[in-house]
Design a protein around this ligand. Structure first.
Ligand code: DAH
Length: 349
């Protein structure tokens, strides 16, 4: 038979053990584990005490049973309190960690949008497509023949010096102008021809307004009775759609080997309406493109009879249009892929 005073001592020890160990608990999970250590129905230390009952003399069993039961109730209550206070503490920590300051400015989701040069390209395609032009994508690697010779610029022609060329071999080069596409089109298609050819071009040229790679858009119309009047009418329509109803064009004589006559086309300044300002350098006009009537030699080179057909052509520099439109002084800003810059210069719509 067990000695009741020894068992009483054991009950006291367990009580002290619970008191001393529960103070150090740091989480509801730890409290749960600790509770199991004492109150688990099978292996808990208090349950073990109950099992000692068999060893207690019959007349003392009631007393012992009551003692253990009191301990059990006390422990259950204590662990319940610990659990509640741990959960409160944990909730407070979580609330602090997940707190949302509704007065903070929201993080703005920036939608992607098109590069300014792409915007200009699409705008031009829209304008000319509405006049019946079809898009023809040329090739960036050209032969010397398509880029120069067929465009009435043979080897020893001084106009070749107008464009510093990247040669890949004596025969192949990176096209310096989208005009090269004119020849491909006229070789394969019979008039009427009405094409627009946008693309990248390359020149060994590098300063604030020139980049070794830039974009052009070529236009070519070949049909019977095409005249400079058609060119002027078409360009007037173009500038009105692009810059507003009040915009007008002015043609100045110029020189390109593949057109005769050749013109530089100015548009009335879209910043000041022609009065004269910083953008147009006080002249009221802004140069936007080169154009002309297709040189009969170019038609002949493509097997088109210049007695029967005539054509008009124009070439627009897209970066130049974008720089004018967005007031950019340095072409490099368009190519540095700096979003802070690009976000400022694109359309804000
Ligand atoms: N290819 C010329 C250049 O790169 C631009 C140009 C001028 C194209 C007159 C044309 C044109 O079609 O008729 O400077």
């Amino acid at each position: 038979m067990a000695d009741l005073s020894g068992l009483k001592e054991r009950v006291r020890e367990i009580r002290n053990e619970i008191l001393s160990s529960s103070g150090a608990l740091e989480s509801s999970r730890a409290a749960y584990e600790k509770r199991k250590e004492f109150l688990d129905s099978k292996k808990g230390k208090i349950g073990q005490l109950m099992k000692e009952m068999r060893e207690v003399p019959a007349e003392q069993r009631a007393e012992y049973g009551q003692m253990v039961n009191e301990l059990k109730q006390w422990a259950a209550q204590r662990f319940e309190e610990i659990d509640r206070s741990m959960k409160e503490k944990e909730l407070a920590i979580r609330c602090r960690a997940e707190a949302i300051d509704v007065t903070e400015p929201a993080v703005k989701a920036l939608p992607g949008r098109l590069h300014p040069v792409t915007q200009v390209r699409e705008e031009l395609i829209d304008v000319f497509a509405s006049m019946g032009f079809e898009v023809y994508e040329g090739r960036e690697i050209e032969t010397e023949y398509y880029n120069f010779t067929a465009l009435n610029t043979p080897q020893d022609h001084p106009a070749r010096d107008m464009q510093d060329t990247f040669y890949l071999s004596p025969e192949f080069l990176l096209r310096t102008q989208t005009s090269a596409g004119q020849i491909h089109v006229m070789e394969t298609k019979r008039p009427p021809i009405k094409i627009l050819s946008p693309g990248r071009v390359f020149r060994s040229d590098d300063d604030a307004t020139h980049s070794p790679m830039f974009h052009q858009m070529e236009g070519l119309v070949v049909d019977r009775h095409i005249t400079l009047g058609d060119l002027k009418g078409m360009l007037d329509t173009f500038v009105k759609k692009m810059y507003g109803e009040d915009a007008v064009t002015r043609l100045r004589p110029s020189y390109f080997p593949f057109t005769e006559p050749s013109v530089e086309v100015d548009v009335s300044c879209f910043a000041c309406g022609g009065k004269g300002c910083a953008l147009c350098k006080g002249t009221g006009w802004i140069e936007v493109l080169g154009a002309g009537i297709v040189n009969r030699r170019v038609l002949e080179n493509c097997g088109i009879d210049p007695e029967e057909y005539s054509g008009l052509a124009f070439g627009i520099g897209l970066e130049r249009i974008a720089m004018l439109k967005y007031g950019i002084g340095n072409i490099k800003l368009l190519f540095e892929s700096d979003l802070q810059v690009l976000n400022q210069i694109g359309d804000q719509e």
